[in-house]
Each structure stands twice: as structure tokens, then as C-alpha cells.
Design a protein around this ligand. Structure first.
Ligand code: NAI
Length: 248
């Protein structure tokens, strides 16, 4: 449907889960893929093989997105290796769920560092490149809890709300250079992250979804593919919920 042949996409957190689904989808559409993961070498190797089988150029980078200097280095390495980068998908994320009363400073800091600062770091290091090339697509993976909040996720919800506000700000700053920035707010998607939830919390989440099923990584990947495509060139600063109606 959409065509990305000759484009290069950076996807953070693509060794597994939603990021992997996004990388596979963009590769199906012809995009070369540079992806980041954090100390997940075995799964990253598998993902590289699956992506290479699609006939595109692929390279995995073990890099902590929360590290400002390391993420700058990796962006420079990718530009040197791939040439122009057209699409940045900020997907890497972690949770440290606890009620506010029990939440430690380290739980808060870790979640903000990876989810929010990681998105800042990658966007910051690529925006000059996008500006110079006068085109670029930034797609940030937020969450419906960044819109509605969620008990037990004050750190994560704050990070995701921050990502949404950052997306809108960047969209305003870079629009005149033909760079769009949009966010996707997934609901409950079946991945290692949600498999690790307590059974009761998982059941409650599923019960609250009007479409009565968990989302698949492909549901998010399809929306990323659209936002990365020429067909979405007039959409910026938008937040698209992909949640089976969970946050209606
Ligand atoms: P996951 O835990 O299955 O995968 C996370 C990926 O991020 C892995 O590739 C991991 O290596 C990478 N990563 C973790 N910390 C990193 C760091 N410091 N630097 C670089 N890479 C790092 O998670 P999942 O479920 O695939 O989530 C992906 C994104 O979607 C996250 O931002 C998450 O918050 C968001 N999301 C997920 C939902 C779900 O239901 N699974 C719902 C809403 C949002």
C-alpha cells in the first residue's frame, strides 16, 4: 500500500515487541533499517536476520537511548553508514510500575530517562540532519496513559505525556522545514512488557477494551507505516490512539 523504497528508518527498541513489528513493516515497504536495542543482543541478531530476509539494508546498534553522548555517537554512525535518514521512530521504553506511595526516586528517574529523555536525545541529534535535508518524519510511541493517566504508572504516564507535548512542540518548530512529528498512543498491545503484568491487571485491561482483544504489534506498525508514508505528508503534531477503543 505505502512505498518506502530507498528510505532509511531508525527505530529505537526494535530487538523485540512493538519496535520489531515496526521495523519489519517498514522493511516490507522497502525501507532500510538501523535499529537500536539495549543489551538485547540475541534477540537483536534474530531481528537482523528476519529483516535481511526482506532484502533491505539492516544494522543493529546496542545503545542506551538515555545516554546523551552515546545516542549522539550512534546517530552519527548511522548517518555515515546509511547516508540520509528519512524516518525516526522513538519506540524504546521501559516501565517501573508502582503506586505513588511505594515509588522510589530511582523508579521515577529510570522511566523518565529512557522514555522521555531518550526521545529527546534521538530527536535532538537528528533534527539538524532533517533540517538540512528539508525532509524528515519523527514518529514517537507514547501511550494512552500519557493522555488519561493510570494508577501505578505516575512515572510512565508523566514520561508519555511529556513525549506528546514534545511531539507537538517539535512539529511547530520543524514544520517549515518539511519535517513532521506525530505520536501514536497504543493501548494494550501483546508484548513482553504486557506479558510481565500481573494476571489481574491484564484481565482488567482486556475487559476495558471495546474491541475485546489485545492489540498486536502490527496494529501499531501499520499506523507508523502510514505516518512515514507520502500519504501522511500533511499530518503533523497529531496523536493517534491505537487502542481498540480503550481510551474512548
Ligand atoms: P518491550 O519491553 O517488549 O521492548 C522494549 C524495547 O526497547 C527492546 O527492544 C529493548 O531493547 C529496548 N530498550 C529498552 N530500554 C532501552 C534503552 N535504554 N535504550 C535503547 N533501547 C532500549 O516493550 P514494548 O511493549 O514493545 O513497548 C515498546 C514501546 O511501546 C514502549 O515505548 C512502550 O512504552 C510503548 N507502549 C507499549 C504498550 C504495550 O501495551 N505493550 C502500550 C503503550 C505503549
Amino acid at each position: 500500500m505505502f512505498e518506502l523504497t530507498g528510505k532509511t528508518a531508525i527505530v529505537t527498541g526494535a530487538s523485540r515487541g512493538i519496535g520489531k513489528g515496526i521495523a519489519l513493516k517498514l522493511a516490507d515497504l522497502g525501507a532500510n533499517i538501523a535499529f537500536l536495542h539495549f543489551r538485547d543482543g540475541e534477540k537483536a541478531d534474530e531481528t537482523v536476520k528476519e529483516l535481511e530476509a526482506k532484502g533491505v539494508k539492516v544494522k543493529a546498534y546496542d545503545c542506551n537511548v538515555a545516554d546523551f553522548a552515546a545516542s549522539e555517537q550512534v546517530v552519527n554512525d548511522i548517518i555515515e553508514e546509511f547516508g540520509e535518514v528519512h524516518i525516526l521512530v522513538n519506540n524504546a521504553g521501559i516501565v517501573r510500575d508502582k503506586l505513588m506511595l511505594a515509588m522510589e526516586e530511582t523508579d521515577f528517574d529510570a522511566v523518565i530517562a529512557v522514555n522521555l529523555k531518550g526521545t529527546f536525545n534521538m530527536t535532538k541529534h537528528l533534527c539538524q540532519h532533517f533540517k538540512r535535508k528539508r525532509r524528515g518524519r519523527i514518529i514517537n510511541i507514547a501511550s494512552i496513559v500519557g493522555i488519561n493517566g493510570n494508577a501505578g504508572q505516575a512515572n510512565y504516564a508523566a514520561a508519555k505525556a511529556g513525549i506528546i507535548a514534545m511531539t507537538k512542540s517539535v512539529a511547530k518548530e520543524l514544520g517549515s522545514r518539511n519535517v513532521t512529528a506525530n505520536a501514536i498512543a497504543p493501548g494494550f498491545i501483546k508484548t513482553d512488557m504486557t506479558d510481565a503484568m500481573p494476571e489481574k491487571a491484564r484481565e482488567a485491561a482486556l475487559a476495558s477494551i471495546p474491541l475485546k482483544r489485545a492489540g498486536e504489534t502490527e496494529d501499531i506498525a501499520n499506523t507508523v507505516a502510514f505516518l512515514a508514508s507520502d500519504e501522511a505528508s500533511y499530518i503533523t503534531g497529531e496523536v493517534i490512539k491505537v487502542d481498540g477503543g480503550m481510551a474512548i
